[in-house]
Design a protein around this ligand. Structure first.
Ligand code: WTA
Length: 697
């Protein structure tokens, strides 16, 4: 339960002026609203829903659900009977009803300093309508799945919203994923179309996206699934950027992508790669956009119509297609964005996440646009061309709300305060973090060096599955404790369970679960409702199980302690050990593999892999490099192993189960192994300790 009074000791506050005009100005107000959200959710969410356009109103209860597998199928329904369109709400409503047509929706900042583009709400709406018509012209209809594999450009948002406008279901795949991963996701949700780009630069490195996309489509064909159509955005030419977004249709030149590709040079004299082109499948984004109207009536969808699928790692190794639906997700991302960042009309908001992850979906695309916010959309890296880039951008656009990951903070912290202090940061008002627990040292640096001790830090705990923030401070209301995500958001009821599933009261530690749904929680695993039920609801009937451990302190604050399943969190990205292991055993030299996390000062965790080789194979640098490449190609660069150790045998229980707990200790060099009485052969452990990789950190 939420304490009656906020604690006064060992807590931090932002500057007093934060409270003036804040949506939730005090802890008492938070508590009052929280109680209302739990006791009368229909009234609470009903009031929030008034801000949106509903073609028809909902009938019956606001949220209807079953969280108990023993009582039947798990389901969550929000606002049944209502119909709406998410794209209409985040664009048309802002342009027409709220008169925000000339307001900037995005300041796009490219990888290369100097590459920039400003897009207003009116321009965005125009572009989305045109692209929605393009999708229709390519045969995409309501309910169809569309795969999007693009860099961080405004057209990525355009593609998502165009899908939402016509009721198609987008499945964005992070542009860092491999061809294999893209193929797996396309086939799993049977996408009828792929949208991609020629390529992009990440820092100095050119990513040939179209080549990877082509390889993925070929793999799909090999598996007997044909995608048929691929729309390609020409991103590496600046002229194409400008024409695609802002020029009125009549005056826009229609470049022939194929011809231009061969001759065009990228800004800053970089060469554009030759892009393979198959006219039967590949269609040029710009050419298609020239030939369509900029009017497109939205498709009215019912509340539980799917909005998108986003894949997240699953502990069995196969990624899960997390499905979110229209009304509840829209309402929840809009409300969390407004209250957690205390959004004001004149804010400039910047979330550094990639749209390929849930943070980008909820807090670059849907939440901010639903609020008519102005955002920075950044294509590049925090360290390119130098480690001041983030603060330079904060200064350039007068960013007031800034949202990033602990791993980025730890990375930049290494360079000290000088690169930060080179730029003005007095526009900053709220700082946010997401993705993993933030260590108190990084928190302090963020608070004092970046925020000058003025800006509250919102440490937002949530998951792809939760759709939006579920445990988080509110910037003016919640006294902060460095490293704690503090208290539940409105409508969210957490509990901590012990191994037997009993709810623990007061100061305690155990499994973090939720007792009832909120509007934005996922509805199913696409195409596999059984997997949804068994992953999240089977272990403790009646509860949604997060897979995270959690501690509650004497003041009722929640502290997330990290994953308690076979998942790893590398730089804020979840990876399953099984996924990496199956990539490793895919190599002919490997008989068995076990992967664990090893603490890493910047990434949080690094990947430490133990491999048992087939007889007659020798472990050397060449094999090690091959194995790393194998994982990169199967999953993507984020999953590249940091360490690979040869293991003549793995520590197993007598029943043959690998003891990962022991492997984790070996990886991090901790001799205190705890109870190892179930080990079948304890000499294996000593052997592994002797040959462990102990690189300089
Ligand atoms: C972890 C990212 C501690 C957690 C939005 C969760 C966090 C997983 C925090 C979800 C936080 C996310 N403090 N841990 N503030 N935020 N996590 O699906 O383990 O990519 O289960 O969603 O990240 O990762 P996902």
């Amino acid at each position: 339960m939420i304490p009656d009074k906020a604690p006064e000791e060992d807590v931090f506050h932002g500057a007093e002026e934060m409270r003036r005009g804040a949506h939730v100005p005090t802890f008492d107000k938070y508590k009052e609203m929280y109680m209302q959200s739990i006791e009368d959710p229909d009234k609470f969410w009903g009031d929030m829903a008034k801000d949106f356009f509903w073609k028809s109103k909902h009938t019956g209860r606001f949220l209807d659900y079953n969280f108990d597998v023993t009582k039947g199928e798990i389901f969550i329904k929000c606002m049944e009977g209502a119909s709406t369109n998410v794209c209409y709400n985040v664009l048309d409503r802002n342009v027409h009803d709220r008169k925000l047509g000339d307001k900037v929706a995005f300041y796009w900042e490219g990888n290369e300093p100097g590459d920039e583009l400003t897009v207003t709400y009116r321009e965005l709406l125009n572009c989305v309508c045109r692209f929605a018509n393009v999708l229709k012209s390519q045969g995409v209809a309501k309910g169809d799945r569309v795969a999007i594999y693009m860099p961080m450009v405004v057209e990525l948002v355009v593609a998502m919203l165009a899908c939402a406008r016509i009721g198609a279901v987008h499945s964005v795949v992070f542009a860092g994923f491999s061809a294999e991963s893209l193929c797996e996701r396309i086939v799993d949700s049977q996408c009828s179309l792929l949208i991609t780009a020629d390529g992009f630069y990440r820092g100095d490195k050119l990513i040939n996206l179209k080549l990877i996309a082509d390889e993925a489509l070929q793999k799909c064909t090999d598996k007997g699934f044909s995608v048929g159509r691929c729309i390609v955005l020409k991103h590496l030419s600046k002229e194409a950027q400008e024409t695609s977004l802002s020029s009125p249709p009549a005056k826009r030149p229609c470049p022939d992508l194929q011809k231009e590709m061969e001759t065009v040079r990228v800004r800053k004299t970089r060469l554009v790669p030759q892009v393979p082109w198959n006219p039967e499948v590949d269609k040029c984004w710009h050419t298609l956009m020239c030939n369509v109207s900029d009017e497109c009536e939205p498709e009215w969808c019912v509340s539980e119509d799917p909005l998108f699928i986003l894949y997240t790692s699953g502990s069995t190794g196969k990624p899960k297609g997390v499905l979110h639906t229209a009304s509840g997700y829209m309402l929840y991302t809009a409300t969390t964005f407004k209250l957690v960042f205390d959004h004001r009309a004149d804010d400039v908001y910047w979330c550094t996440a990639d749209i390929g992850w849930i943070t980008g979906h909820s807090y670059i695309t849907y939440g901010p646009l639903a609020n008519g916010a102005t955002s920075v959309l950044f294509e590049g890296l925090p360290t390119y061309p130098d480690v001041s880039r983030m603060w330079e951008i904060v200064d350039k656009y007068h960013v007031s709300k800034f949202y990033t990951a602990p791993t980025a903070i730890r990375l930049l912290m290494k360079y000290g305060s000088e690169p930060v202090h080179k730029y003005k940061r007095d526009s900053l008002k709220v700082l946010g973090t997401v993705g993993e627990p933030i260590n108190p040292e990084a928190w302090q640096w963020y608070f004092t060096v970046v925020g000058d001790g003025r800006c509250p830090i919102v440490d937002t705990f949530w998951q792809t599955e939760t759709g939006g923030h579920v445990i988080t401070p509110l910037p003016a209301a919640t006294p902060m404790k460095p490293g704690s995500a503090t208290f539940p958001f409105f409508g969210v009821v957490p509990a901590i369970l012990n191994e037997s599933g009993e709810e623990l009261e007061g100061t305690s530690e155990g499994y973090l679960v939720f007792k009832q749904p909120w509007p934005g929680v996922m509805r199913t695993v696409y195409g596999n409702h059984g997997r949804f039920e068994s992953t999240y609801f089977k272990k403790f009937p009646g509860y949604y199980v997060t897979g995270d451990g959690c501690r509650r302190d004497k003041d009722g604050y929640y502290w997330i302690t990290g994953r308690i399943d076979d998942m790893l969190n590398v730089s804020g990205h979840l990876l399953s050990t099984a996924e990496v292991e199956s990539a490793l055993v895919g190599h002919e030299a490997v008989a068995e593999a076990a992967v664990v996390g090893r603490p890493h000062p910047v990434k949080g965790e690094s990947l430490y892999c133990f491999v048992t080789l087939r007889d007659g194979t020798i472990f050397n640098h060449t094999l090690e490099a091959q194995l790393k490449k194998q994982v990169r190609e199967k999953i993507g660069a984020i999953a590249t192993p940091d360490f690979i150790q040869e293991a003549p045998a793995l520590p197993k229980t007598r029943s043959g189960k690998i003891m990962r707990r022991v492997l984790r200790k070996i990886a991090s060099g901790e001799r205190d192994l705890g109870d190892v009485s179930t080990l079948a052969d304890s000499s294996v452990v000593e052997q592994l300790f002797r040959s462990r990789c102990c690189p300089a950190m």
